[in-house]
Design a protein around this ligand. Sequence first.
Ligand SMILES: [Mg+2]
Length: 146
Amino acid sequence: MNIFFDVDYTIMGADGSLRQNTAETFQRLVADGHRVFVWSGVGVRTAEVRRFGLADYVTKVFQKPLEDYEAALPGLGVLPRPDFVIDDYPEIVRVFGGFICKPYYFRNRKDTEMDEIYQTICDVVEGGGSEHRAYRPGRKRSEGGG
Ligand SMILES: [Mg+2]
């Protein structure tokens, strides 16, 4: 799948730290044959991807649409279309499907969100869906709309 991660409060906290197990999760996803993308509503966050040592796992970094998510993709050069998005902002997850993560603000060794995200992706690959409370199936492409 083409898996898109948000930056602020998803992989990066308000304190500038990287969420626990982010790099390990990216590595596992790539090893499983997925493509990992990073996008942000603030802009193209290549500097953060490099600073956190994620560049080897990330196929491309994009700017994320803030509204009319589906229709805005071509104008932002976002290709391929996301198959699975991970974001602390629920609306974009409802459109594309994916995982609504708990917002990450500060370094926290008890945070298990990345492991839950990885497991949910494995569930979707194996069974076409997941029972996880944070999973959303998304709309089909033909349902269109913003
Ligand atoms: Mg965010």
